[in-house]
Design a protein around this ligand. Sequence first.
Ligand code: FDA
Length: 301
Amino acid sequence: MLRRTLLAAARSGAVRKTIETAPVTRGVVRRFIAGETPEEALAVTRTLIGEGLLVTLDHLGEDTLDAQQAEATVQGYERILKDLPAGAEVSVKLTALGQAFDETLALENARRVCKAAAAARTTVTLDMEDHTTVASTLRILRELRKDHPDAGAVIQAYLRRSEEYCAELAYEGSRVRLCKGAYAAPADVAFTSAADIDRSYVRCMKVLMAGQGYPMLATHDPRLIEIADALRLIHERGFESYEYQMLYGIRPLEQRRLVEAGCQVRVYVPYGRQWYGYMVRRLAERPANVVFFLRSFTTRS
Ligand code: FDA
């Protein structure tokens, strides 16, 4: 119930405007967001890379209905890609590039980000958002991969069709991030119980680890990480043939433990002023965070 309420609040423009005026430095926000500026994000990126981690940077923003705002997002990516150190790539939300009002514009904008990434010798992964955007995102991915075969996809295990999507995408060279799914979705399109979502994650992981592509296993769940390691042995995969991904600020010790065990671990690092939607999804995943979040707005920090 709380999760559903929080996810609805994540899409509320009015709540967003009020909360986002607070600076990122506030308590729990700072735990999950690397900063407001590209410089702050790059400093965090360099530190993580120095510790043996990989990074995917997310220029925060989503659900734009404004071509100028979408243009500003593209330029933000073009700017940060020029300074990205080796070991870092970028993640992009298509709704920040105009997907909600013009799919062709979103594709053109995504092409520009991929072109800038190629010039910087790195890659782009298309985040997956609300279930209503899945078909459009997969269409855009197919188009982008004609020129940029290394463009990464995301499949959300909570979708009932996730296993089918994984099977379609498990081909050579195909980079696929598998996550549980962070948005509210109705029962006819998505599993809603934690146990069903976990079972679906395992089925998808089996398909990806048995396939020819490059799985990017995005989870903090210790049981799923253990199963992934067993699948690595079964399919005789080298550590270089897949990676784990985790969010900035979540289970940092586990991130380092996996690196020490020889695994590749990429940290998803969000930055920017439009942190509200991202932050609320992190609260919805773990309601205990809500208390820390509210406290940081009722006390001086
Ligand atoms: P689960 O939620 O069961 O958490 C397992 C454990 O991890 C918890 O017990 C706790 O210890 C820790 N944990 C998890 N979330 C936490 C939090 N918010 N605060 C504190 N501790 C927490 N989703 C999506 O819909 N589209 C996308 O494109 C992406 N992209 C993406 C990239 C990367 C790199 C990651 C790691 C995740 C995403 N996600 C996503 C989010 C994903 O769908 C999911 O909501 C979160 O990863 C939480 O799910 P877990 O698999 O970690 O399991």
